[in-house]
Design a protein around this ligand. Structure first.
Ligand code: PAF
Length: 289
């Protein structure tokens, strides 16, 4: 596997792949890989000739009181895991490579970033949109793969790619869960055994909401209240938000009439977890539970 740390090196690798007639799939990550990331890589491998991942903990998307310095890191383990699923190249730049002295250009996606995690984490999506734009410009992939677990992130990146005429396809891959339903996340490593158990309330409440919608409940505030009530039964859980918006436009909804995103952010101890489900009312089914 090819491992490199500079934009020039990965560009050269991509040029070689293209010269050999290969399509390029790209999975941007912040490392500390888990099964959710590996699923993105497997999908990329199925759909593209060459798969490149980036491992870069992007300082620009962390707030001043967030977990940038504690964010788990293990490059050796990540490289081994990526190699095992057939990744061809790892781009692991330094912060100086991505944001050299004098750096002053940022990408702001409006409207859909002004809710959900955009409210709780000011500047987060500006950091995500900026680094993803830079990574797209460096790697120049045909397809880029993102997990539905970060539902708002995927919508922001799709919007940005469309608005800025980026010449690539953004592919969404369903959330990968542990056997007991907990959505895979690099941050799950922060949870102790009791917190890990408490965290199951996120998926439990999403499933309960999907069941209520399947039984005919359409009123968004009643659905939200059911979810809030269930999360509050868990003493270790502190709600950041429970929201329902139309999907994919993220417009407010009173009554469910089409696909709607039910999204949660909940703190368990000091760990902030997010999860979501798309509630589909037309055929009385809910995806991705
Ligand atoms: O989802 C992530 O891990 C990050 O937000 C991403 C897309 C790699 C950008 O830093």
């Amino acid at each position: 596997m090819f491992i490199c740390h500079t934009a020039a090196e990965i560009r050269e690798f991509v040029r070689g792949a293209r010269a050999g007639g290969q399509t390029v799939g790209f999975v941007p990550t912040m490392g500390y890989l888990h099964e959710g990331h590996l699923e993105l890589m497997r999908r990329a491998k199925k759909q593209c000739g060459v798969v490149i991942i980036s491992i870069f903990i992007n300082p620009a998307q962390f707030g001043p009181n967030e977990d940038f310095t504690q964010y788990p890191r293990d490059l050796e383990r990540d490289v081994k895991m990526a190699g095992d699923v057939g990744v061809d190249a790892v781009f692991n730049p330094t912060a100086e490579e991505m944001y050299p002295a004098g750096y002053c250009t940022y990408v702001d996606v409006e409207r859909i970033t002004e809710r959900l995690c955009g409210l709780s984490r000011p500047g987060h999506f500006r950091g995500v949109a900026t680094v993803v734009t830079k990574l797209f410009n460096i790697v120049n992939p045909d397809k880029a793969f993102f997990g539905q677990k970060d539902a708002q992130q995927v919508l922001v990146i799709k919007r940005m790619a469309a608005d800025l005429n980026m010449d690539l396809e953004v592919v969404t891959v369903p959330t990968v869960r542990e056997a007991d339903g907990l959505a895979m996340s690099s941050r799950n490593i922060y949870l102790d055994a009791g917190q890990r158990q408490a965290a199951l309330v996120l998926h439990r409440s999403l499933k309960m909401a999907a069941g209520a919608v399947a039984s005919g409940l359409r009123d968004a505030s009643s659905i939200k209240q059911l979810v809030i009530d269930m999360i509050k039964t868990e003493p270790l859980a502190v709600i950041d938000y429970v929201e329902i918006y139309s999907h994919p436009d993220l417009e407010p909804v009173d009554k469910l009439w089409g696909p709607a995103l039910l999204a949660l952010a909940v703190k368990i101890g000091r760990t902030r977890l997010i999860d979501n489900i798309i509630l589909e009312v037309l055929d009385h089914v809910s995806h991705d539970v």
